[in-house]
Ligand binder design. Structure first.
Ligand code: ATP
Length: 307
């Protein structure tokens, strides 16, 4: 009996870990069907994507009935545009991503993509349309090749190399002992945070979804790595509808719209310059704060260098 139940429990735990951390295991859902709380509506059709326009209409949601995490959230992302969501920890930023991916159903309101309510389309088609670059990428204990190809099993080797090139990790892979056949993950070569993020970018490029969700890492990478990754990230967002959950405001100054979320409500919205001009604005405040932190960091670096 134990043997029979063990794997199911394990899947359950794993599924919840995936939900919680929003890792990039889109395809794992096929394996985990047993434990899904979300099911396809009977006879539902696949999502028909046009440009990947997203609409949140009066979305209200709570993980438990007694505590709402999002309240009447309204926004649209026109096809191919980029919006950024910022706000304090616990504001509900990642929850917006999870709802779009339909890890959970909204309590009221609706979410649609290209005019179709995501509740009423086949989940598999929904998840195929959305690529996720998570905060922390999970690598399989397998070859680096497999870890990229996984986004689109059966892709040609050329497509895998091309994705790695665009993600700026191809050359690095060629320097590994067995190149693309090098085993990575817990039991293989350990990759740095920046390298793992590049693998996530390569996967997403290979998957070529119409919508990209970027969950920016909270833990800062060093500035040079950061700058290189920005270029790869820009490539992954080009011509795709993009939602970025941002922690560093410098990464989103070009976003088409910035939503400032606080306790589950959008309290400010606009472009970077507009938001900066508001007196007592939450965003303007966050910006000032980050500038101060940056200054303090630079001063600390300068003084340690002069020692
Ligand atoms: P951070 O910047 O720290 O990642 P966030 O803005 O992304 O924060 P969310 O992860 O969306 O915040 O969480 C919003 C609220 O929902 C928090 O109060 C959090 O504790 C709660 N929450 C998140 N996931 C769950 C869950 N699986 N079950 C219950 N509550 C949850």
């Amino acid at each position: 009996l134990m043997d029979l139940y063990m794997p199911l429990n394990w899947f359950g735990t794993y599924y919840r870990a995936i939900q919680k951390n929003f890792v990039d295991m889109e395809n794992m859902f096929d394996l985990l069907r047993e434990d899904e709380e979300i099911v396809d509506a009977p006879g539902c059709a696949p999502l028909l994507t046009a440009g990947g326009a997203i609409e949140f209409s009066n979305v209200t949601f709570g993980y438990t009935p007694d505590k709402l995490v999002l309240r009447n959230v309204n926004f649209t992302v026109p096809a191919g545009k980029t919006i950024a969501i910022v706000g304090p920890s616990g504001a509900g930023k990642s929850t917006i991503m999870r709802l779009l991916f339909r890890f959970y159903d909204v309590q009221s309101g609706s979410i649609s993509i290209d005019g179709q309510n995501i509740k009423l389309v086949q989940q598999q088609s929904l998840r195929k349309a959305i690529g996720v670059v998570p905060q922390d990428t999970v690598l399989f204990n397998n070859t680096i090749y497999y870890n990229i190809e996984y986004a689109k099993i059966g892709a040609s080797a050329d497509a895998v190399y091309e994705a790695a090139r665009s993600a700026d990790i191809h050359e690095r892979i060629l320097s590994f002992p067995d190149r693309y056949e090098t085993k990575v993950g817990e039991r293989g070569l350990r990759l740095s945070g920046g390298e793992k993020q590049r693998v996530a970018i390569a996967r997403t490029l290979l998957k070529a979804p119409i919508i990209v969700l970027l969950d920016e890492a909270t833990s800062a990478l060093d500035t040079r790595t950061e700058r290189n990754i920005q270029a790869a990230l820009a490539r992954v967002c080009t011509n795709r509808t993009t939602i970025i959950v941002a922690h560093r405001l410098s990464t989103i100054i070009h976003a088409d719209e910035i939503l400032v979320l606080k306790e589950g409500t959008i309290v400010e919205r606009g472009r970077h310059e507009e938001l900066l001009q508001r007196d007592d604005g939450v965003y303007a405040d966050m910006w000032q704060q980050q500038l101060k932190n940056l200054d303090a960091e630079q001063n600390a670096n300068n003084s340690s260098e002069s020692i």
